[in-house]
Design a protein around this ligand. Structure first.
Ligand SMILES: [Zn+2]
Length: 288
């Protein structure tokens, strides 16, 4: 298991904001205690950002000319965002070489669309990494499995496009109704599993089984995972009720597909985020 992480991603934040540096810092410490080591990621290039985003959005984040109360204009956020996106590309490249990889970075990405930011996300890390692998013809087809509690409206926005129909399958399992309010039905290459608040692990895994069946039919070369842990039962922002072992089961079922796999941290705001991440990595590691 290769984990990409840089303490540089801890350098921004605002008091009281749930997407704070401690969630990732504590996870890094915990994983280190469990014997994991980290590889320093490289920032991505502007051309990489443009695989998934408009020039307008890139310019906006770079210049700081935007306002979104959830997604503040922090000093230096552009540099941190390109490091998180670069880390996703590093994880993707590691997966191509048969080494399952995880990017333990922030800001998260799946709410950033082609021409919009939001929901704590500036650039869509997973979309950039997947688009790069496909553009470089390093593989023909990728499936994205998004198990964050929230629908990845940004990822869907980027890949719900004729250019990507045959190449990318996007699958999201998420609480509904909930932010951002999208993902209520299937659309072309985007398969959505909205779930009511209070859904627990056993019910969740039934839909996860259906999601895996979609992936098998699509038969991708690679699986990219938007790993959000805010579907955990004690998460302060959300209302799905998964327990820690469900994340291990999710990891295992992805590993059972026997494909190249990389995962990227999205949300997760509870004190137990480190254990949730560890359990998922423990499950998915069996794919090596
Ligand atoms: Zn989320």
């Amino acid at each position: 298991m290769k984990i990409f992480y840089s303490p540089k991603c801890l350098e921004y934040g605002a008091i009281g904001h749930p997407e704070n540096c401690f969630r990732v810092e504590n996870t890094a410490k915990f994983l280190q205690e469990k014997g994991f080591s980290f590889t320093e990621p490289n920032p991505c290039a502007v051309d990489d950002l443009l695989l998934a985003h408009s020039e307008e959005l890139v310019a906006k984040v770079k210049s700081g000319q935007f306002f979104d109360s959830d997604t503040p204009n922090y000093t230096g956020i552009y540099n941190t965002a390109i490091l998180a996106a670069g880390s996703a590309i590093n994880a993707m490249n590691s997966a191509l070489h048969n080494k399952v990889a995880f990017s333990l970075m922030r800001p998260p990405g799946h709410h950033a669309g082609r021409n919009f930011l939001g929901g704590f996300c500036y650039f869509n890390n997973i979309a950039i990494a997947v688009a790069k692998a496909l553009e470089n013809k390093e593989m023909n087809k990728a499936a994205i499995i998004d198990f964050d509690n929230h629908h990845g409206n940004g990822t869907q926005d980027i890949f719900l496009n004729d250019k990507w129909h045959d190449k990318v399958l996007y699958i999201s399992l998420h609480q509904s109704p909930c932010y951002p309010g999208t993902g209520l039905k299937n659309e072309k290459n985007c398969i959505n599993f909205p779930m009511t608040s209070g859904t627990g692990g056993a019910e969740y895994l039934k839909d996860f089984h259906k999601a895996i069946e979609h992936v098998k039919r699509f038969n991708p070369d690679m699986i990219a995972v938007s790993a959000g842990f805010d579907s955990y039962k004690n998460d302060p922002l959300t209302a799905l009720e998964l327990d820690i072992n469900t994340f291990k089961e999710i990891g295992k079922r992805i590993a059972d597909l026997k494909k190249h796999v990389f995962a990227i941290l999205e949300g997760g705001y509870s004190q137990e985020l480190p254990e949730c991440v560890w359990k998922f990595l423990d499950g998915v590691e069996t794919s090596v």
